[in-house]
Design a protein around this ligand. Structure first.
Ligand SMILES: *Cc1c(COP(=O)(O)O)cnc(C)c1O
Length: 467
């Protein structure tokens, strides 16, 4: 199984290589050189299997010879054993043709755990094989940082340091990062914004001596390992609802186009998917593209669904590459122009092709709060803002009679208590296993918005762990 860059100027790598590399050297994203495929027989054989087994079979298509199948089965069993629901990613029916798939039963209550719990174990396995060590650095506005820390805490051969903007993440999100006490974890509260945090991470990667000294690595949403690990739950849901004999549709609240890209990959390898609804909040670049081929960057506005407050959807490049018939030169040119002009010129034919499968949907904060109330009154189901956008998008764009629509619920309501209180008047309770989050001791360092100061703190984490 080999992976190539969407921009055609980076070396091809195997799964282990793309897992550790993240971004390709030419600025492109790694994609399979040829997609694997699942036959209808393969799909039928997975019906009724536990989630971890479905995950192992699907991941095996992408890991190739990098990870033996028996190892993959063990890693998947371990990754999902700690989830708060024995079905791992259960389905809940809301209406005759509408289901929710709950992806938030992992340790940090957001769907990032679905991929990150497996990624932590895959990193450890691959690094042990290679006798290597890495330092993962990342910036977070909330969910990614906590899921990554939870997944990598205490693992051999990995140090992880996460920057968050001081005072700008929710208390739940911050505490999920700062109350994990392991020698290989560093938390930095930066005097600055999320963009400052991201710029500092980029600057650390650009500091070549520092990058080489600490063997920097990243687990942001463009890492192919994360996309691959998000494919199994689409297959798991579809099988439960009658695939491959029956087509299914998915509605996905997305910002970086990562989760919905995984749904596209599931279809690409053989799952019968009739429609994909792409949900946005007021930061609606994806909806504007799908409605009118308008992929133009506007300012990011804060919303009640902060994990989707994104204007440049980094994973879109992978779909663009396919829409352009895998033309690496055209992909590179389109992306470079986009960065310069703030507007992406997608040829009309490619745009029309995208619209045969994808439907855009947007919901602003006022509408989202109203929908949360309406859904709760009608069904008793309580959805937080990100999930609500997915559910409302699915209800608004059904794929046709007899095609089940599955909306992805990406976070537990207790992760966004302020928004839930605004919508419903009550603050949801944390699940029992997290109930003492507010009593736990927090540990983090503060840093000014300065590269040298942050690099010193990253190095200190690595040295402390080595001692
Ligand atoms: C990260 C996140 C999203 C968006 O995921 P993409 O990778 O951008 O598709 C949606 N909802 C929640 C709760 C998230 O944490």
């Amino acid at each position: 199984m080999r992976y190539i860059s969407t921009r055609g100027q980076a070396p091809a790598r195997d799964f282990s290589g793309v897992l550790l590399a993240g971004l390709a050297e030419d600025g492109g994203l790694y994609v399979p050189e040829t997609f694997p495929s699942l036959s209808r027989e393969d799909l039928r054989a997975m019906r009724g299997l536990p989630y971890a087994e479905v995950a192992a079979r699907v991941m095996h298509l992408f890991t190739g010879t990098s990870v033996p199948f028996a190892t993959l089965q063990r890693l998947c069993r371990e990754a999902y054993a700690g989830f708060g629901h024995s079905a791992v990613a259960p389905l809940v029916q809301l209406d005759s043709g509408l289901w929710v798939q709950e992806l938030f039963h992992g340790p940090t209550l957001a769907f990032k755990d679905m991929a990150m719990q497996l990624l932590g174990r895959l990193f450890e396995h691959v690094l042990a094989e290679q006798g290597a060590h890495v330092t993962i650095v990342g910036a977070t506005s909330g969910d990614t940082g906590s899921a990554a820390i939870e997944a990598f805490a205490g693992r051999d051969r990995v140090n992880i340091v996460i920057l968050h903007p001081e005072g700008r993440t929710s208390a739940v999100q911050r505490r999920q990062m700062t109350t994990v006490h392991a020698p290989n974890v560093g938390n930095i509260a930066l005097a600055g914004t999320f963009d400052d945090c991201q710029d500092l991470v980029k600057a650390m990667f650009a500091d070549v001596p520092f990058r080489q000294e600490l063997h920097l690595s990243a687990v942001n949403s463009i890492n192919w390992g994360r996309i691959a690990a998000q494919v199994p739950y689409y297959i798991y849901a579809a099988l439960a609802l009658g695939a491959p004999e029956r087509e299914v549709a998915f509605s996905v609240p997305t910002g970086n186009f990562g989760n919905v890209l995984a749904a596209w990959v599931a279809r690409r390898i053989g799952l019968p998917v009739a429609r994909l609804v792409v949900g946005s909040n007021r930061n609606d670049i994806l909806a504007r593209f799908l409605d009118g081929n308008d992929m133009s960057i506007q300012g990011v506005e804060p919303s009640l669904s902060p994990s989707m407050d994104i204007q440049v959807s980094s994973n879109f490049e992978r779909l663009l590459f396919e829409l352009l018939d895998r033309d690496t030169a055209a992909t590179a040119r389109t992306m470079t122009d986009f960065r310069q002009s703030g507007r992406m010129a997608v040829p009309d034919a490619a745009w029309h092709r995208a619209r045969t499968l994808f439907h855009g949907f947007r919901l602003d904060d006022t509408q989202t709060l109203a929908e949360i109330r309406r859904l709760r009154a009608a069904t008793g189901y309580v959805a937080e803002p990100h999930s609500m956008i997915g559910i409302a998008g699915g209800a608004a764009h059904p794929a046709g009679h007899g095609v089940p629509m599955v909306a992805m619920a990406t976070a537990h309501p207790a992760k966004f208590p302020d928004a839930m209180e605004q919508a419903t008047g009550t603050r949801p309770l944390l699940p029992a296993r997290l109930g003492d989050l507010y009593e736990r001791i927090e540990r983090f360092s503060r840093a000014p918005n300065d590269l040298a100061a942050v690099e010193t703190l990253v190095r200190a984490t690595v040295l402390r762990n080595a001692a």
